[in-house]
Ligand binder design. Structure first.
Ligand code: ADP
Length: 293
């Protein structure tokens, strides 16, 4: 592809002319093509996709900006996003990553807790975004349980029905939706600023040894949802959890609710990839129903 339109967008956003001398493909992403664009000592990280992904990129840019503005945990600064009718792009500050030093995960725990202390006046967010490539609706709500029921679990269950999920999962999932208040009898979450997709592949250390989070699905919600996701696929060590708990203690009910929160991501994985995720989701639903009965 030619880079002229991207160069123009960058020049306009940065207020100084930018001309790319090198475009180096970057691997590692799940959804988009990524390129390091370099010229005259300036470097940008460019995500590319089809034209219809422009809204997804705009929402990602807005989410990154909220994290950057929170001044708690490093995330790439969004530079601009645009498209040429065929392709759309999101341009970010390029961050040089390095092997994390020993204390990096400790910093990550501390700084994530600080980010979670940033709260909003409602759950959700004023922008809808995506989780993987699945739409994620964030319609602001005062009540967390209704928000989580409608916009997280029920949304994924309806999608799972369309995607041919087993009837058992759908029926018991429905029962779980009705039982949700039972998991919150003596626990009142705050609308914390969340990364929203915090698996081990979405954090790294910069070359100064500071943790960086990227590729978010930002909204305001129960901080336990972010913590739960860190446990779903691994990639976070004991020092991370210790320093998080040191900064902000975790309610004992988290051990059960984390299954509830990870169910959202497992259902989403079923909807994106199918396969064994339906069985995993059913196991989680059964475990939760057993807790509540
Ligand atoms: P995708 O949306 O396709 O999943 P990611 O945002 O996860 O893409 O980015 C893909 C990879 O590129 C990441 O795993 C990370 O190693 C690297 N990366 C992400 N953001 C930056 C950045 N701002 N600067 C440099 N490298 C980055």
């Amino acid at each position: 592809m030619t880079w002229e339109a991207v160069e123009q967008d960058i020049s306009q956003a940065e207020g100084v002319g930018f001309k790319a001398q090198r475009a180096v493909p970057v691997g590692g992403g799940c959804i988009n093509e990524a390129v390091l664009l370099e010229g005259d000592g300036q470097r940008f990280f460019v995500k590319l996709n089809n034209a219809d992904k422009a809204k997804m990129f705009a929402a990602e840019a807005a989410g990154l900006q909220v994290i950057v503005d929170s001044d708690t945990l490093r995330a790439p600064r969004p530079v601009c996003q645009g498209g040429d009718g065929q392709r759309s792009w999101l341009v970010l500050e390029y961050i040089e990553f390095a092997a994390p030093p020993a204390d990096c995960s400790e910093l990550l725990g501390q700084q994530l807790a600080a980010m979670h202390l940033v709260t909003h006046d409602s759950f959700g967010w004023d922008i809808d975004n995506t989780i993987g490539s699945t739409p994620q609706h964030n319609a602001p709500a005062q009540d967390w349980v209704s928000f989580y029921r409608e916009h997280r679990l029920d949304y994924q269950l309806k999608l799972a029905k369309k995607n041919g999920a087993p009837g058992q999962l759908l029926d018991r999932g429905d029962r779980l939706l009705g039982a949700l208040p039972g998991f919150f009898t003596d626990y009142r979450p705050r609308p914390s600023l969340l990364h929203g997709d915090l698996w081990g592949g979405n954090w790294a250390a910069d070359s100064s040894g500071n943790p960086v989070i990227f590729d978010p699905a930002v909204y305001f919600g129960d901080r336990e949802a972010d913590l739960a996701m860190t446990e779903l696929f691994g990639g976070f060590d004991d020092r991370f959890y210790q320093s998080y708990r040191h900064a902000w203690t975790i309610d004992p009910g988290y051990e059960t609710r984390k299954v509830l929160y990870n169910l959202y991501h497992v259902l989403n994985h079923f909807n994106l990839f199918g396969g064994g995720y339906a069985r995993q989701a059913l196991g989680m639903v059964d475990r939760l129903l057993a807790e509540i009965s």
